[in-house]
Write a protein that binds this ligand. Structure first.
Ligand SMILES: Nc1ncnc2c1ncn2[C@@H]1O[C@H](COP(=O)(O)OP(=O)(O)OP(=O)(O)O)[C@@H](O)[C@H]1O
Length: 332
């Protein structure tokens, strides 16, 4: 019998209802993550990457958000968790690191205190044991002079070290899944690559599954096993990183890869290679959301949403034109 995925997201819809018009941020996302796997979610600004990650921890504002579909993590039905179970779930089952460590670290407590407090709160045990574990975590995330650094406040550390401390905090309760919301863009390039390599090492060491969001294909190549490309709140293509790079099948992914030739994408940057604008999530067009910008679009593309097409082992594209994007056969 096949082993079920660690994370199983099915037909997820997230609509923000607080404004004058509902914003349909997520429109039927299906996504899985296996134990120990690293998945990159790639897409331009506003495509729904962060909302998807936040949905897994129920961090979208619940009173003004309609969530439909299902999310299971290690067999737990995330959308059905009561508030006590949800608190235990956050940190122990799934943990998240943010683009800006200030979002996760409290400026008024030392880092050692924050990590030890999290451990005692979640797992019980003595403060002394929790402190020992905090030291062990600081060593694992390769913070130099870890014993002394535990007594630092966040502002006493450099950006890169703060990022490492935040990763240590996220790992404090041995989560099964680590979510990373653009952990690298706020840092300079050298620190970025160190953090990415650290996440990869830790992932191997702890056996955790990692799901991270990025605008940058270069970052995905460095770290991911698999990529999911998002557009207009849908996964339009997913597959092993090499297959997506070598033979992208969705016209949007093909455009993204071409834009990469002009350098990495930055937050909010429009993609020169793809004329037109991203869809208005308050007024989603019928059919494929990319159709208005797609050179290959047929009239049918604006009428019905394409179902996922299996184009190879574990490689899927939601497109009616996959025959047109197939790589040319290699001459015999
Ligand atoms: N709390 C909210 N209320 C209303 N709309 C929201 C809320 N959070 C996100 N959105 C909208 O949902 C859409 C998707 O946002 P999301 O942050 O997931 O995009 P993203 O792909 O992560 O983009 P970026 O790369 O810029 O972070 C955007 O249009 C955003 O404005």
């Amino acid at each position: 019998m096949a082993i079920p995925p660690l994370v199983d997201i099915r037909d997820l819809h997230v609509t923000f209802t607080g404004g004058p018009k509902p914003i349909r941020a997520i429109n039927g996302v299906d996504l899985t993550l296996d134990r120990g796997e690293t998945l990159a979610i790639l897409g331009e600004s506003g495509s729904g990457k962060s909302v998807t990650l936040r949905a897994m921890l129920r961090l979208n504002p619940e009173k003004r958000t309609k969530v439909e579909g299902s999310i299971t993590v290690g067999g737990k039905d995330v959308l059905a968790l009561g508030s006590k179970d949800l608190q235990a779930f956050r940190g122990r089952d799934v943990s998240m690191i943010f683009q800006e460590p200030a979002l996760a670290l409290d400026p008024v407590y030392t880092l050692g205190h924050q990590i030890a407090e999290t451990i005692v709160k979640h797992d019980g045990g003595s403060w002394d044991d929790a402190r020992k574990r905090a030291l062990d975590l600081f060593e694992r995330v390769r913070i130099p002079s870890p014993e002394r650094r535990l007594d630092n406040y966040p502002h006493e550390m450099s950006g890169g070290m703060r990022q490492r401390a935040m990763i240590a905090l996220a790992l404090a309760c041995n989560p099964k899944v680590l979510l990373a919301d653009e952990p690298t863009t706020a840092l300079d390039a050298t620190v970025q690559i160190q953090i990415l390599l650290l996440v990869r090492e830790l992932q191997r060491e702890f056996g955790i599954a990692v799901m991270f969001v990025t605008h940058d294909i270069g970052v995905a190549v460095e770290v991911a096993d698999r990529v999911a490309v998002m557009y207009g709140g849908r996964i339009v293509e997913t597959g092993p990183i090499r297959d997506i790079l070598n033979a992208p099948r969705h016209p949007y992914t093909i455009g993204l890869l071409k834009s990469r030739a002009h350098g990495a994408m930055t937050k909010g940057q429009r993609l020169d290679a793809i004329p037109g604008s991203p869809p208005d999530l308050a007024n989603l067009p019928p059919g494929c959301s990319f159709a208005p910008r797609c050179k290959l679009a047929l009239p049918a593309c604006s009428e019905a949403t394409p179902a996922p097409v299996d184009v190879g082992s574990g490689h899927m594209a939601r497109c009616f034109r996959t025959e047109a994007t197939a790589p040319a056969p290699v001459p015999a």
